[in-house]
Design a protein around this ligand. Structure first.
Ligand code: PEP
Ligand code: MG
Length: 590
């Protein structure tokens, strides 16, 4: 649906990171803060201090959020930067010391109530007296105090604003930030795309946007200052452009671009039945990454040879409880059956960092949100009940077709050994109970996504049945660049020689140990890297379903010997700019 452009409102063009390709044309749905249901309960004894600690944590979270907005504001044009800067600094001051904060702590201690109820009561008290005054300045200050209070309450209740399922068809969601859990709720039949102020190109929000085929622009400074619900809008996910209230000529140009993008996609789906082989006949296996079950029709349509990465986190997001073994089994069984004999690689829970599941991480605190914290396999080994339920569900799903088990964030042989012991114990127990599982244990492999794993790939190969290189995290941890932070997005570079050397070292270790190796990070889905990865020895890639056509097209153009030669030249370089040039030149030629 493309709304007709009006001549009235002024056309505004903004720039951000184009993280998911395609053009979306629609109307703006600004994601409002909305009202939050605030639970209220009494606390006693030691609980009082616990509530104060929760409030400490919420204050730190809010300070971090405002800090990110301050960094973002600094990149805006001078006048806007100054205005935003003052406002955000005022928020920071309020979070450090203000009547709101002091009052909330006092209420927890004196009224013996939970932290969110204390913040709620205090904000009510502060605003009541002033509401009667008909003063626009005071009204604006009250809005600011409310904004800070709601931020605290959101952090305390961990509530995410969830109006996303109720939007009209053709909506383009505009928000300060979208978490991966928020993105998982988007229904591509209704939502045409989204844009945010915060967020990097390699985070899971961006990955999910690509998986859902939704054009998206993240990290667009000043977005919220220019936009209202109902405005007409264009999102260009290739160029990272956002056009609010486009002029008729602008709209026509984007409609033409949108039509061209659709034609390209449908041309590429015709490759579905073509084999994925190089010009010299080497087969390259192209699998799909799946983060949500709604992607399955796309996976089957794309003609994927396997699911090379099933991100099992989706089962744990957007809910207050933990899915039991039976529920997990049924979801996995349906996916395994749908793949009809093609292998499904289920990655065990990789909650942590930006991907949070409230039900699991409440008791972990900040460590769960840290990229270096208690996440991935570390969390699974710390919570054996959770891990055992997941492994049991996978073992049972394995009765319906080939499955493999993939462990995330592995750093040591011991983690793999412990996981395998648990798996063997569970399999024995299930067999004894005559529960149907496959005769052979599923292969257990590891993600190579932290430098310590890559640098000890030879050791890990001796305890693993296969490797999957996670180039997203491997790039992030090697370069020390947060993949979700738009401020450092330009520094995130998988072509840095450090990252390439780790990929090469890992691949050689796997080939020597004769275990299968694939790459399932975002590099796999970008045809720019296909020849280089093949030249380094990788024969198996896993990517979002939308990327499969373009990558297969690239595979079919490549001569393996030429790719190997170019990879050798590239690996002799120390400068990432020169590496990029050598690769792009090769891609332009072959
Ligand atoms: C990776 O890190 O490359 C990967 C595939 O895992 P995720 O993107 O889910 O962290
Ligand atoms: Mg990862």
């Amino acid at each position: 649906m493309s709304p007709a452009a009006k001549s009235g409102p002024k056309e505004i063009i903004l720039h951000g990171l184009g993280v998911s390709p395609g053009v979306a044309i629609g109307y703006v749905h600004v994601r409002e803060s909305g009202s939050i249901a605030v639970p209220e309960y009494s606390v006693r004894g030691a609980q009082i201090e616990e509530e104060c600690t929760r409030l400490d944590g919420a204050l730190q979270t809010a300070q971090r959020q405002i800090g990110r907005l301050q960094a973002k504001a600094a990149t805006m044009p001078a006048a806007a930067a100054e205005e935003m800067g003052f406002l955000l600094e005022a928020y920071q001051q309020m979070l450090k010391d203000s009547r709101l904060v002091r009052g909330a702590y006092r209420r927890i201690r004196d009224d013996k109530i939970n932290a969110e109820a204390a913040v709620q009561a205090e904000i009510k008290d502060i605003t009541t007296g002033f509401e009667a005054l008909d003063d626009t300045y005071i009204a604006a200050r009250m809005d600011d105090i409310r904004e800070v209070a709601y931020r605290l309450i959101r952090a305390l209740t961990k509530s995410h604003v969830k109006p996303l399922n109720t939007v009209r068809k053709g909506a383009i969601i505009i928000s300060e930030e979208m978490t991966p859990a928020d993105t998982a709720q988007l229904n591509p039949d209704k939502v045409s795309g989204f844009a945010t102020v915060l967020g990097g190109a390699q985070g899971h929000t961006a990955i999910m946007a690509r998986a859902l085929g939704l054009p998206a622009v993240l990290g667009a400074a000043g977005l919220l200052g220019h936009i209202q619900s109902g405005d007409h809008i264009v999102i260009d996910g290739d160029q990272g452009r956002i056009v609010i209230n486009p002029k008729p000529a602008t709209l026509a140009a984007f409609e033409a671009k949108q039509a061209k993008h659709r034609r390209t996609l449908s041309r590429l789906t015709r490759l579905r039945r073509q084999p994925s082989v190089t010009r010299d006949g080497t087969e390259i296996s192209l699998g799909c990454n799946v983060e949500l079950p709604i992607e399955m029709p796309g996976v089957l349509d794309a003609g994927a040879s396997s699911i090379g990465l099933l991100r099992s986190e989706f089962m744990f997001m957007n809910r207050d409880d933990i899915p039991g073994e039976e529920e997990q089994y049924k979801i996995l069984r349906d996916i395994v059956k749908a793949m009809d004999g093609r292998t499904v690689t289920v990655r065990t829970l990789d909650i942590g960092g930006e991907k949070l599941a409230e039900s699991l991480t409440q008791d972990i605190g900040d460590s769960a949100q840290s990229a270096l914290g208690l996440r991935g396999i570390r969390l699974s080994l710390k919570k054996p009940d959770l891990f055992e339920a997941q492994l049991t569900a996978i073992l049972r799903a394995g009765a319906h077709g080939p499955v493999r088990i993939l462990l995330p964030m592995v750093c040591s042989q011991q983690e793999v050994r412990t996981a395998r012991e648990i798996l063997m114990k569970l399999a024995t127990k299930l067999k004894r109970k005559k529960v149907k599982i496959a005769d052979k244990l599923p292969p257990m492999g590891v993600m190579i996504e932290v430098p310590s794993a890559a640098l000890t790939a030879d050791a890990l190969a001796s305890v693993s049945d296969f490797f999957a290189i996670g180039s997203n995290d491997l790039t992030m941890y090697t370069m020390a660049v947060d993949r979700t932070d738009e401020q450092v997005a330009a520094l995130y570079n998988p072509l840095h020689p450090s990252v390439l050397r780790l990929i090469q070292f890992t691949t050689e270790a796997a080939l020597r140990a004769r275990i299968p190796i694939s790459l399932c990070g975002e590099m796999a889905g970008d045809p720019r890297y296909t020849a280089l990865l093949m030249g380094l020895g990788i024969r198996e890639l896993s990517m979002s379903a939308h990327a499969l056509g373009p990558v297969k097209q690239r595979v079919r153009e490549i001569d393996l010997a030429a790719a190997q030669n170019r990879a050798t030249v590239i690996m002799g370089q120390t400068d990432s700019g020169r590496i990029a040039m050598l690769l792009d030149d090769f891609n332009a030629l072959v």
